[in-house]
Design a protein around this ligand. Sequence first.
Ligand SMILES: Nc1nc2c(ncn2[C@@H]2O[C@H](COP(=O)(O)OP(=O)(O)O)[C@@H](O)[C@H]2O)c(=O)[nH]1
Ligand SMILES: [Mg+2]
Length: 242
Amino acid sequence: MPLVIIPTYNERENIVSLIKAIFSLSTNFHLLIVDDASPDGTAQIVKKLISTYPDRLHLICREEKWGLGTAYVEGFKFALKNGYDYILQMDADFSHDPKDLVRLYNTCKAENYDLVIGSRYISGVNVVNWPIGRVLLSYFASFFVRFITGLPIMDTTAGFKCYTKEVLETIDLDKIQFIGYGFQVEMLFLAWKYGFKLKEIPIVFTDRVRGVSKMSKSIISEAVFGIIKMKISSFFKKYHRR
Ligand SMILES: Nc1nc2c(ncn2[C@@H]2O[C@H](COP(=O)(O)OP(=O)(O)O)[C@@H](O)[C@H]2O)c(=O)[nH]1
Ligand SMILES: [Mg+2]
């Protein structure tokens, strides 16, 4: 059974239509929202929907804004504990098209990949409505990560992915370093180091229409130094699958 994990912080304008869009897909996805005490009441809105989708919709409410990376780690642990075998992740703001969940999942399952990445940069630059500064930042960040780590992936900071449970069981989730966006890179890097089969498929990424971005300068500096540190420390680690 596949589980889609969506971290939220102030996504009240997006969350209901997103949940409905996912539950109207042909695949029987289950859904976990991990909310960090959004002041706009995102969690309360989700809670009201649980009775409509009792077995399919799950919610974890955290007490504070503890960051994207830790929200995903908590979601991954939930997925493993509850026996899901494919775990997908996406943003709450419709930047990732819910219909692409089916493509990610089917590619992972039918073609026996361990991690499938919805990629903005595999065939040119498929980003719609982002300000040029944000596109350049993202494209440069992706290049920087590839250059430092050697990852054979064009969109190294992608947040739209499908993992098999084996990947999440192998990676020591308690040792994840990044709390912000660098988390996406760290998971990808570890999956690659452990020798899992990775695949990029093209997606179109559209900037959010509703709500505001949570990207910040501190997230960027965590990422730049953190990635160099991650690469250096990887020389001293062994990556054996349990
Ligand atoms: N739970 C949780 N979700 C977060 C946090 N920061 C961002 N998000 C969510 O992560 C996703 C990506 O964030 P977003 O603001 O769209 O970033 P951007 O698209 O890179 O500008 C969205 O679903 C956000 O609501 C956080 O600290 N905690
Ligand atoms: Mg976004």
